[in-house]
Structure formats: structure tokens, C-alpha cells
Design a binder for this molecule. Structure first.
Ligand code: G4P
Length: 528
């Protein structure tokens, strides 16, 4: 197969959802269609189960699961599909944000009864900011849920999307009869049995067909006709370009658990979802079909075996062909590196591969050379833009609890931050180190991993910080800026990239500071 056909047949995407909406179940059904797994239950949920918060072994065990499901690849109808895992748990939201830099599109799963939930809102916002094409799958139609029109409204309002229903439910919950597929113009009848991949699909010539009355009853048929008329009146027609530009989002209804509506989703997905897309680097736009390989690290996972310090760096291939044992330039370190055992990921295993194409993910063994956002090339000096850091929600001082192990502690902290477990801020005044995290769970993970992987002990000390604000000053020589630095010196820190950060202790103090120094800008993210 030619290089171009290899690129054209790849679809790399992520599924985002609030925990429990059905992401794992849907993933599993997609894999069943691809024949990548034989039975349900093969995909392990990466959910941090309730109660795990204080159980380190459980966290470790579950981290192990999440490495296994980091990338799931399978083939369907000649298309190579790469699903990138995105943790739904809010404490791991940063992980998900970073993974979203490596996807070409996403599927958003919404629970029909719960509607749009908090985590979905945040993740969709990031996708919207980056114009990532999205398809919405409304799940659990076998249960009583919200009215379909209300749900579509909610998706539009809360998520800021422009929806286009591609299918529409016939009844719901107890009365759920099936789905009218506007895209394929047929009706799927819901039998309620979770047979693997057979659904009864009935082709219909048009909505007036008497066949519909026979299939679902006169009353339901009448309602369906009215509803479809309404759908066609209210919502725009599907426009692929608008979808690809992130301006329009097709919606499907179904039940992942019952494997219902999933084939329609998948068939439409492989037809409309984007092939690997060009990516902006700081220097230029890089196209997938360029001859030379380029790629970037979007995730780093520590080895589960504490005896091996090596880690797995996940690289998304942006352009060219990645080859085993070929020397590539690690741009940040300006160093050539060769990889003798790059891993490719399949549904239930990883394997060493000789070549990979744009859209694919390779896992590279790393002994501490990589940071999230690092770029690899064949020699060209380009840098893919990383993911911005967002202000953490929690802040604590980290103290060394074993003076003989300070080297280990700093190395451990350094590497854990490179993995993106949390953010490190160093106070300008006294050099004290502050760890900022999205969720409290990370503090326990860090403490545990420092001890078990690096032999270092730490304690934490509370610190009252509301938000970390990245500081932007037009004129660093101005009196205003100098005064700001002097007056606020207790609250000034540097992040790992040496960017200046103001640790505001309350919304009020942030507001006051902003008023007092109007020419300084304070940002909640590191990219502005
Ligand atoms: P997540 O990865 O998004 O967190 O969700 P997951 O797939 O684990 O699904 C969450 C729960 O919702 C699971 O039940 C799952 O069986 C159920 N579920 C998923 N899709 C459907 C659906 O279409 N209809 C119905 N009725 N339920 C669905 P659980 O009891 O939490 O877990 P389990 O013990 O069944 O695995």
C-alpha cells in the first residue's frame, strides 16, 4: 500500500465523557466490531473506583490498567482505527487535555438520563478551543431519560455545539423501539438482547411507508413522523466541512451496553471522521504526507515494575514514516536517538513494530530523556506546541523528609513533573518548592511513587493559594513591574519552564493586584 493510502486509512480519536456515561462500554463494542476482541468484558475500565483514593496499591493497579488501555488500535473495513484513552476522572483531567493534542477527532458520550455533566463540559470546551471535530453519542436509550429534543438543546447550550441529529430515537426506556437513521434512511429495531453485532435493520423507502406502522405500531409511527419533520425543520443539514472545522456536530442515539446504534456510529465515523491532520509547529505547518518523520510526545507512563526505572513515552506521528533503529533528532536536547524496540498498540497487546505511519502512536522506552511536548524529527529544528498548563486547584509545599536522600527526591520530583503528574513552582523569595495539582489524589500518588520508585520521602505542608496566574508584562523594566515584584515577592514563583507565576491567595487579592497594576496581565493558563 502506498504511503498516501496508509495515511488516508487512519483515524485517530479519543472518547470523552463524564465517568459512568459509558466510555468503556462503547470502546469495547467498537473493538468487537473490529474483531479485535472476541467477547465483552475484555476492555478494563480505567476508572479510579470509589474508595481508591486512599489505597495506594489500588491506584497503582489501576494505573497499570490505564497503561494497557492507553491506545487501542483495530481495523474495520480497511480502516486503521486508533482510540486514545482519556481518563474521565477529574483528578486526571490534565492527562486528558494532553491526549487531546494527539487526536484528530473525538466522540463525546452523554448519558441520556444525566444529560451533560461537568467533566464533559470542561473537555468539550478544550476541543472547541482547538476546533477538534466532534461526534456526540447519546447513550443508555434503553433507560428512561430526558426527552430527545430537550437533550439536544442541553448539548447545544451547555456545550456550545451546533448539533445535527444523524439518528433519532423511537421511544425511550421501557418504550424504546429503536432508532430512525436519518443518515442511512432506515430503521433499527431494538430487541433488547445484547447479541454481539446483529441488529435488525429495516430499509424504508420514505417516512410515509406503511411498513413503519407495521413495525412499531401506528401511534409510534405517527409520533416518529412528527418528530422527524421537526428535526428536519429545526436542525441544519449535515455539512462535512463544517463538521471538520468544528462548527457542526453530528449526534447519534443508542445503547452501548446493548450494542445498539453502535454500528451506525462506527460506519458514519469511518466515512466522515478526519484522516490525520496537519499540525502547527512553532516554525511552520507540518503535513502528514511530508517525506520526513516528525512526531511529539503527548504522554509519559512510568514503568509498573519498580525495579525498572524506564518509562514509556507515547509519540504521535505527525508526518513521514517512523522506522525502528533509525536515528532521530530529539529537538529540545539536540541529540540523536535510536529506538530498537518501539511499541505499537493493539486491542489486547503491544508489539514491537518496524514502521509506523502518521496518525499512529508508538511507545518508546525512555530512561528520562523525554518530557511531555518534546518533538522528534529527522534533523529539522521544529517544535510542536505543547499543551498549555492550567492553573492547578490545590497547592502544597513539598518538604524533604529524609535529608540523606535529597538527590533522589529532586530527581524524582523532576521526573514526575516531566510525566505531567503535577506542576512544580519554585518560590523566588526562598527557593521553596510548591506542588500544584488538579485533584488531591495526586499528592498521595506522588508521595507513594517518590518512595517506591526513587527511595525518597516527602511531607507536605499546606499553603493558601487560590490560583496560579502566569504573568505577562509588556515592559519588564517599568517601575510598575518592579514594584509588583517587590510588593508581591512572597507570592512570586517560577514554573518548570522558568515562566513567572503569581500565586494569588484569594480571588479578592487577585482582583486588587490587577487593579493596582493595570499594565500587567494575569493568565490562568501558561499559553497566552
Ligand atoms: P465509563 O467508562 O464512561 O465510566 O462508563 P462504563 O462504560 O464503565 O459504564 C458505566 C455503567 O453504565 C456500567 O454499569 C455500564 O454497564 C453501564 N452502561 C453503559 N452503557 C449502557 C447502556 O447503553 N445502557 C445501560 N442501561 N447501561 C449502560 P455499572 O453497573 O457501573 O458497571 P458494570 O458492573 O455493569 O460493569
Amino acid at each position: 500500500m502506498s504511503f498516501t493510502s496508509e495515511i488516508n486509512r487512519r483515524r485517530t480519536f479519543g472518547i470523552i465523557a463524564h465517568p459512568d456515561a459509558g466510555k468503556t462500554t462503547l470502546t469495547e463494542k467498537l473493538l468487537l466490531f473490529g474483531g479485535a476482541i472476541q467477547e465483552a468484558g475484555a476492555v478494563k475500565s480505567n476508572k479510579i473506583k470509589k474508595g481508591a483514593t486512599s489505597d495506594f496499591m489500588e491506584i497503582e493497579r489501576q494505573r497499570g490498567i490505564s497503561v494497557a488501555t492507553s491506545v487501542l488500535a483495530f481495523e474495520y473495513e480497511g480502516i486503521k482505527i486508533n482510540i486514545l484513552d482519556t481518563p474521565g476522572h477529574k483528578d486526571f483531567a490534565e492527562d486528558t487535555f494532553r491526549t487531546l493534542t494527539a487526536v484528530d477527532s473525538v466522540i463525546v458520550v452523554v448519558d441520556v438520563a444525566k444529560g451533560v455533566e461537568e467533566q464533559t463540559e470542561k473537555l468539550v470546551e478544550v476541543c472547541r478551543m482547538r476546533n477538534i471535530p466532534m461526534i456526540v453519542f447519546i447513550n443508555k436509550l434503553d433507560r428512561e431519560g430526558k426527552d430527545a429534543f430537550d437533550l439536544l438543546d442541553e448539548v447545544e447550550q451547555k456545550l456550545g455545539l451546533t448539533v445535527v441529529p444523524m439518528s433519532f430515537p423511537i421511544g425511550m426506556g421501557y418504550d424504546f423501539k429503536g432508532i430512525y437513521n436519518l443518515w442511512e434512511k432506515n430503521i433499527n429495531l431494538f430487541s433488547g438482547s445484547s447479541r454481539k453485532n446483529i441488529e435488525e435493520t429495516v430499509e424504508i423507502s420514505d417516512l410515509e411507508s406503511k411498513k413503519i406502522d407495521e413495525l412499531i405500531g401506528e401511534k409510534a409511527a405517527k409520533t416518529l413522523r412528527e418528530e422527524i419533520e421537526l428535526v428536519e425543520g429545526i436542525y441544519p443539514e449535515f455539512d462535512r466541512d463544517a463538521y471538520l472545522e468544528g462548527k457542526q456536530q453530528p449526534v447519534f442515539f443508542g445503547s452501548a451496553l446493548n450494542n445498539f446504534g453502535v454500528r451506525e456510529l462506527l460506519d458514519c465515523f469511518i466515512e466522515i471522521a478526519p484522516k490525520p491532520r496537519p499540525k502547527q509547529s512553532e516554525e511552520r505547518l507540518v503535513k502528514p504526507d511530508e517525506k520526513n518523520f516528525t512526531g511529539f510526545v503527548f504522554k509519559i507512563h512510568a514503568n509498573m515494575d519498580p525495579n525498572h526505572r524506564d518509562r514509556l513515552a507515547f509519540v504521535k506521528i505527525v508526518s513521514g514514516i517512523f522506522e525502528r533503529n533509525k536515528p532521530y533528532l530529539h529537538v529540545r536536547n539536540n541529540k540523536k536517538m535510536k529506538f530498537s524496540s518501539p511499541n505499537a498498540f493493539f486491542a489486547e497487546k503491544k508489539e514491537i513494530v518496524d514502521i509506523s505511519y502518521p496518525g499512529d502512536i508508538v511507545g518508546l522506552h525512555d530512561t528520562g530523556n523525554f518530557k511531555i511536548g518534546d518533538t522528534l524529527t529527522e534533523g529539522e529544528n521544529i517544535n510542536y506546541r505543547g499543551v498549555p498548563s492550567f492553573s492547578p486547584e490545590h497547592f502544597r509545599y513539598i518538604n524533604n523528609a529524609d535529608p540523606l536522600k535529597s538527590k533522589q527526591l529532586y530527581k524524582g520530583i523532576d521526573q514526575l513533573m516531566d510525566e505531567g503528574v503535577a506542576q512544580l513552582f519554585t518560590l523566588e523569595l526562598n527557593g521553596r518548592k510548591v506542588i500544584g495539582t488538579v485533584g488531591a489524589l495526586q499528592y498521595e500518588v506522588i508521595q507513594y511513587r517518590l518512595e517506591h520508585e526513587y527511595g525518597a520521602k516527602c511531607t507536605y505542608e499546606n499553603l493558601n493559594v487560590h490560583k496560579a496566574c502566569w504573568v505577562e508584562a509588556n515592559d519588564v523594566k517599568s517601575e510598575e513591574f518592579k514594584e509588583f515584584l517587590r510588593v508581591k515577592q512572597r507570592y512570586i514563583a517560577k514554573d518548570k519552564q522558568d515562566q513567572l507565576v503569581f500565586l494569588a491567595d484569594s480571588p479578592f487579592s487577585l482582583q486588587m493586584t490587577q487593579q493596582k497594576y493595570p499594565n500587567i496581565k494575569f493568565h490562568y493558563t501558561s499559553e497566552f
